[in-house]
Design a protein around this ligand. Structure first.
Ligand code: EPZ
Length: 420
């Protein structure tokens, strides 16, 4: 079983280049199902989740060429597109559920295993299904599978999302690209990954307007061609290294980042007294002063990202004063609290909030990653904790961070992967 050993390290200093966004590339890959010819996706990060999505596309009949050196994926349409996504692949990765919309649009039928919940919450799919039904699909649940059918094709409709769900927005947007007439998605998610997907769909010949706002208008087309697209940088990995600079009182320059995508993190770090110098595609974060406690509330974009909540908790754990983190996006995204408290932090959960009393220092301990961002938070905590931190279940981290050890070692951090 692989583990990460992290030692107390000095201030991290240097430059790190951000790779393509996991939470965009998986959807771009799913969208390639819609294309009548080959697609090229660039800046594909080497991640377990990308491997799973590639395997899923191949199981549906597409041909996938994945060049890990050049970080490029080529997909070629299936001669005989299957309509069923198997249980074992959906269970490995929830994002597999995002093939349902494209399959429904392309084939008029899709059978996808229901995604399970996970560490951070039940993660229902009711909004996805509400959208497909609004587009005229007949949706049935049975034996753990969702089956969606629209034998005469989908018909555009108005859909209001009760919550600006990223996945539901993406799944419905992809399904609507080939529906007859116009679809309006209201209260849509506004994350940068939604815009990236809409841009790719439009490059394929779709007609999607308003991505990035709360109302997305899709005029259906009869077919989509192949396209070439470069994935946007991963804003959550960028946020993780911004926190790494603050927590170790170092000086890190982050390259290939879209600064506007991490504005809430920049604002909070500045409130804590950390210096953040941001240009369009580069951010320098440094500090040598005290870290002031601040309150954080996670919200859908453009609010503070829930995917940076755990990393920020590690930082607030050693800040001066009392902070409150309110997690409004997922109902159970505090499983890292028990782990960080094992390292000497003083965090108390009160409903959807965590009250953090800053402590002088943390102690290295044996801990385990409970989800990919919690795992990253424990790495950050380990970099400043006295002694050695042994992190177990690091497959979570590998799902979202292509080369966390390499990056941290290049910044002067002491971290290594061991098989125990
Ligand atoms: C995406 O998940 C991301 N994953 C998550 O990143 C991210 O945390 C999340 O968006 C929010 O930004 C990918 O893009 C692969 P949601 P998704 O649908 O689409 C509720 C990471 O660390 N909801 O916006 O599943 C749901 O229960 C991962 O990289 C419904 O109620 O998120 C949750 O409380 C973790 N019904 C809230 O919406 C639905 O039908 C947000 O979920 C769908 C969602």
């Amino acid at each position: 079983m692989a583990k990460l050993l992290v030692e107390k390290s000095g201030p991290l200093k240097g430059t790190v280049k951000i790779k393509g966004a996991k939470n965009s590339v998986l959807k771009l890959m799913a969208a390639s199902i819609l294309a009548d010819d080959s697609c090229t996706i660039e800046s594909v990060p080497e991640l377990l989740d990308v491997e799973v999505m590639a395997t899923l596309l191949e199981s549906l009949g597409l041909k996938v060429d994945y060049n890990r050196e050049t970080e490029v994926i080529e997909t070629y349409p299936a001669e005989d597109l299957k309509c069923e996504a198997p249980y074992d692949l959906i269970q490995k990765m929830r994002a597999s559920f995002l093939v349902l919309g494209p399959l429904l649009a392309k084939k008029g039928i899709a059978k996808v295993s229901m995604p399970g919940g996970c560490a951070i919450g039940a993660r229902p799919i009711d909004l996805h299904l509400k959208g497909f039904q609004a587009l005229g699909a007949e949706v049935t649940l049975g034996h753990g599978y969702i089956e969606a059918k629209a034998e005469h094709g989908l018909v555009g409709s108005e859909i209001y999302l009760d919550f600006p769900s990223v996945g539901a927005t993406e799944n419905i947007m992809m399904a609507a690209t080939m529906a007859k007439g116009q679809t309006l998605i209201q209260n849509a998610a506004k994350e940068p990954e939604i815009i990236d997907l809409a841009n790719f769909l439009n490059e394929m010949g779709a007609n999607v307007k308003g991505a990035g706002t709360d109302t997305i208008r899709i005029n259906g087309v009869t077919s989509l061609k192949g396209a070439k697209h470069q994935t946007i940088p991963d804003r959550i990995i960028a946020a993780t290294y911004m926190v790494a600079a603050a927590i170790t009182k170092g000086d890190i320059t982050i390259e290939n980042v879209v600064s506007s995508h991490v504005k809430p993190v920049t604002a909070k770090l500045r409130e804590m007294g950390v210096t953040v110098e941001d240009e369009d595609d580069r951010i320098r974060v440094y500090t040598d002063g005290p870290l002031k406690a601040v309150d954080v509330t996670t919200l859908p974009y453009p609010g503070f990202p829930t995917d940076a909540q755990a990393q920020f908790m590690a930082l607030l754990a050693i800040s001066e004063g009392t902070s409150v983190i309110s997690e409004t996006v997922f109902e159970n995204r505090f499983r890292h609290v028990a782990e960080i408290n094992r390292m000497g932090a003083n965090v108390k959960i009160e409903g959807h909030s965590a009250v953090i009393q800053g402590v002088e220092s943390l102690q290295g301990a044996q801990v385990k990653a409970t989800d990919l961002r919690a795992g990253a938070a424990l790495v950050l905590a380990g970099l400043v904790a006295e002694g050695i931190t042994e992190i177990d279940e690091i497959y979570h981290i590998d799902r979202g961070y292509p080369q966390i050890e390499k990056d941290i070692v290049s910044l002067g951090g002491k971290i290594k992967r061991v098989e125990i």
